[in-house]
Design a protein around this ligand. Structure first.
Ligand SMILES: [Zn+2]
Ligand SMILES: [Zn+2]
Length: 176
């Protein structure tokens, strides 16, 4: 069976002789193409995932935990990444309303459950929640509260250091 790169049609070349002659062509499957299309090294990209925007996308969906994407899928990934980066840069206008607020509730057409990761500093948890709200085009976080937990680290002396961590949760809404 002959396999070709879906994009440039280059033929897959495997085997020892091809590799010895430096003319191997390896085809790699795009992890997002629903038909599991294969591409040559020129037509597929390795996706590094160490940017904060990518880490946040991964925390929202396993879909972003990918290594190889074809160019069309990479464009979609990059557009989501850019949207998350915009949310990181611009989230100050997101309002926060505590779970304990008993006053007037504004109407909203949106209701997305949001949750940050756990942080030692509560402000970091709030910031992450604001970013996620902004990413989902929400202008208000309703039912906001902190969830408290503890984590531990081994100390150099062989002991255990236990500390408090916080996550921020709430409902992302688009209140008017
Ligand atoms: Zn190709
Ligand atoms: Zn693809």
């Amino acid at each position: 069976m002959i396999n070709n790169c879906k994009s440039c049609q280059k033929e897959e070349k495997k085997g020892f002789i091809n590799s010895l002659l430096g003319r191997s062509v390896r085809l790699i499957t795009c992890e997002w193409c629903s038909d599991k299309s294969k591409y040559c090294g020129d037509c597929i990209n390795y996706m590094p995932g160490d940017a904060w925007s990518v880490k946040l996308l991964k925390s929202e969906s396993d879909r972003y935990s990918v290594s190889w994407l074809c160019k069309a899928c990479q464009t979609k990934f990059s557009s989501d990444k850019r949207k998350m980066q915009d949310a990181i840069n611009n989230n100050e206008s997101v309002e926060i309303v505590s779970k304990n607020y008993r006053g007037y509730k504004r109407t909203s057409t949106k209701d997305i459950r949001l949750s940050s990761d756990y942080y030692k500093d509560r402000d970091d948890a709030v910031e992450e929640l604001r970013i996620l709200a902004s990413f989902y085009d929400c202008n208000l976080i309703d039912n906001f509260e902190f969830i408290k937990d503890s984590d531990e680290e081994s100390t150099e002396s062989g002991g255990t250091y236990i500390y408090t961590v916080w996550k921020a949760v709430g409902n992302g809404t688009n209140a008017s």
